[in-house]
Design a binder for this molecule. Structure first.
Ligand SMILES: NC(=O)c1ccc[n+]([C@@H]2O[C@H](COP(=O)([O-])OP(=O)(O)OC[C@H]3O[C@@H](n4cnc5c(N)ncnc54)[C@H](OP(=O)(O)O)[C@@H]3O)[C@@H](O)[C@H]2O)c1
Length: 252
């Protein structure tokens, strides 16, 4: 039986690093790399023979495609990394309805469904990593849907980790602050955007894999995210939201 890892958002900044690191693991035979961008997927597969490119739009029929592949191959799923995500910075009321639905689907429903279809194919020691965000530490105006969806993923991960202890399966919510990837716009209205405490994707992935191997239900990479987590716990939410709102509003 093939021992596999499934990584969504494999073509993005954090996903590509997950693919690279996980394909180096001796106990993984195949890395199923999921994304929409065929060119980037083919490049990943060309660089590493363990990589199996899976072109799938998770906003439409993508989960069904992955479910069919799992059922047909009946692999031993050692790792599932729910990394694909979508974000929108701005006023909620200016968001297109289809973007609202896509954000809820890709950030919440898709990871939940993928876990549900994967669990029957997971054994003791299997690991699930869900890429949440430091945005889950408090409500974020101008990232309203995004931060709410990341709260869902964080709480779902931690509760599921508790439930799956008896099967010795670990679920980890990964909560980075700003990460240097294509997801972040660099300029807005002619202004360059400053991302405080931005870290590189390698730091996120290295810590996430280490924390999940240790059985932790949370992974918070970088000093800024760790500080922000503590700050959001001790400060009144209204104050944190006001500060956040001001820091983002200047760019809108
Ligand atoms: N960058 C940050 O500051 C930051 C901070 C905290 C958390 N995160 C989280 O980290 C995760 C990875 O983000 P990133 O920073 O690496 O961003 P990224 O470079 O923009 O990558 C996003 C990935 O999601 C995939 N994706 C988006 N919509 C999809 C869809 N409909 N179907 C299939 N795949 C889809 C993209 O695949 P295709 O391009 O192939 O469609 C891409 O691989 C996300 O969940 C994000 O919320 C990011």
């Amino acid at each position: 039986m093939k021992r596999i890892a499934i990584i969504t958002g494999a073509t993005g900044g954090i996903g590509r690093v997950f693919v690279k690191k996980i394909s180096q693991m001796d106990d993984i035979d195949e890395v199923w790399a999921v994304g929409r961008d065929k060119e980037k997927l083919d490049k990943l597969a060309g660089e590493d023979q363990k990589v199996v490119p899976i072109e799938a739009d998770l906003g439409s029929e993508g989960v069904g495609l992955i479910r069919d592949l799992i059922t047909a191959n009946a692999p031993d799923i050692r790792l599932l990394v729910n990394n694909a995500g979508t974000g929108y910075m701005g006023l909620f009321e200016k968001m297109e309805q289809r973007d609202v639905l896509a954000a809820c689907k890709i950030n919440c429903s898709v990871p939940s469904e993928l876990i549900s279809v994967s669990l029957p194919f997971m054994n003791e020691g299997a690991r699930i990593l869900n890429i949440s965000s430091a945005s889950s530490f408090q409500p974020n105006p101008y990232l309203a849907i995004y931060s709410a969806s990341k709260v869902y993923l964080k709480n779902f991960s931690r509760a599921l980790n508790f439930e799956l202890k008896s099967r010795k399966i670990t679920v980890t919510a990964v909560c980075p602050g700003w990460v240097d990837t294509e997801m972040l716009p660099r300029t807005r209205n002619g202004m360059s955007i400053r991302y405080i405490g931005m870290i590189d994707p390698e730091t996120v992935v290295k810590k996430a894999l280490k924390d999940s191997a240790r059985g932790k239900d949370m992974s918070v990479p970088g000093a800024f995210a760790a500080y922000f987590r503590l700050y959001s716990k001790i400060m009144p939410t209204k104050i944190v939201m006001r500060q956040w709102g001001r820091s983002i509003k200047q760019y809108l």
